[in-house]
Design a protein around this ligand. Structure first.
Ligand code: COA
Length: 380
């Protein structure tokens, strides 16, 4: 007789960042901005941009394969694939279905989750519920974005912020209690139009007028979003820590959504939590939306910032306005990262002819694209 599931553990982790680097100096050539302004207002120095042969699903597949490898599993051990994204390759099929094909899984159910920058953590919470209910034993949760294709490269208020990438985790059923202890999700629709993408959906299908008005790119009210982000991240983080039965002092590492260093510092201040126990890599990637937390998590492991038994707090905020926090004990062996070495250096193929349908690179970036080197590299 199978023993009951008593816990959900993070058993695998992985990330993928495209090799093309877009620096603040590059942006100075595209819009009226400068490195000093960008660094002082956001902390961002560079971001990664997907190459013409890369998509959300292809990056997600590489991060996913790396997470499956660190978990010591095979692709077919996965029962459910969840992809948090706001830049799926197509409205349909889901990015998750394409990931399933690319990683060679024959058994999993696969679906996308739309919670913007909180997408990976909403996926984590969904995986938690599916595992605790006995529906799935191993769930692959991915956050992946190709924001460069939803960014208005003529809008200096937004184009300095965003980047592309993917991160993933495997969550597994455990017969021991522990692992994931605090899960908290919120949605506050009064801010639904603070960050949004007006055209291309059912309300405003893309047409010549929407293209002319550049409504198929992300729009944002920066300062409203900023204030709401700091306030909401603090309350969501606190709720997850309380649900875990911890105090904030006990948390070894906070891994927040990497939107802006000032938002992260505002969160630390609001919680009275020391910045040396907050993981930050926004300077290298900018805001990669749903990819940001799992990408930071994988880098934190690689940087030796987590060890078995550590109390970790993940917290994110995004369009919706959504917010999510997960408090969990680290149970993986960081040395397992070696298993993923080498995965993804070959292009992961999605489906024959599939790449033909990709939008051309933004024309403003043609000159940057010419500098691109391949194959893709590991996150720095
Ligand atoms: C976007 C953001 C960096 C702007 O910073 P800010 O301090 O709020 O700046 P403001 O929008 O008030 O703009 C200040 C000035 O800088 C200018 N400015 C805006 N973008 C600029 C840029 N890239 N370079 C130079 N100047 C810029 C503005 O036009 C404005 O000029 P003005 O005073 O002459 O009108 C900030 O609001 C932010 O990070 N918001 C949250 C965004 C976010 O994280 N979204 C995703 C959440 S998941």
């Amino acid at each position: 007789m199978t023993r009951p599931v008593l816990g959900v553990r993070l058993t695998g982790w992985g990330a993928y960042a495209p090799s093309l680097v877009l620096t603040n100096a590059d942006l100075e050539k595209m819009v009226e901005t400068n490195d000093e302004w960008i660094v002082s207002r956001t902390g961002i120095r560079e971001r990664r941009i997907a190459g013409p042969d890369e998509t959300t699903a292809s990056m997600a597949a590489v991060a996913g394969l790396r997470a499956i490898a660190t978990a010591g599993l095979a692709p077919d051990d996965i029962d459910l694939i969840l992809v948090g994204t706001l830049t799926a390759d197509y409205p349909m099929p889901s990015a998750a279905a394409l990931v399933k094909s690319a990683i060679g899984n024959k058994r999993a159910a696969a679906m996308d989750l739309a919670a913007a920058c909180s997408g990976f953590l909403f996926g984590y919470a969904t995986a938690y519920a599916y595992i605790m209910s006995g529906f799935a034993k191993h769930v692959l949760v991915i956050g992946a974005e190709t924001l460069s294709r939803a960014t208005d490269w003529t809008d200096r208020g937004t184009c300095i912020l965003f980047g592309d990438g993917a991160g993933a985790a495997v969550l597994s059923a455990s017969e021991e209690p522990g692992g994931t202890l605090g899960v908290h999700l919120t949605t506050e629709p009064s801010g639904a139009y603070f960050i949004w993408l007006p055209a291309g959906g059912a309300a405003r299908p893309a047409n010549a007028a929407t293209l002319e008005a550049r409504e198929h790119f992300m729009k944002m009210k920066g300062s409203e979003t900023f204030r709401m982000a700091v306030r909401t991240l603090g309350s969501t983080a606190t709720a997850a820590v309380q649900k875990a039965g911890w105090t904030l002092d006990e948390v070894d590492l906070v891994i927040p959504h990497q939107a802006n260093i000032r938002i992260i510092e505002g969160l630390a201040k609001a919680l009275d939590f020391p910045m040396d126990r907050v993981f930050v890599n926004v300077q290298c990637y900018g805001n990669t939306s749903a990819a940001s937390v799992p990408l930071a998590l994988a880098e934190a492991v690689d940087a030796g910032r987590v060890k078995p038994g550590d109390k970790i707090l993940l917290v994110a905020f995004g369009a919706g306005l959504t917010s999510a926090a997960i408090a969990f004990e680290w149970t993986g062996d960081p040395a397992e990262a070696a298993r993923a070495a080498g995965i993804g250096h070959e292009q992961v193929s999605i489906a024959p002819g599939y790449l033909d349908a990709i939008n051309p690179f933004p024309p403003d970036l043609e000159w940057v694209r010419a500098r691109q080197s391949s194959p893709a590299v590991e996150p720095a």
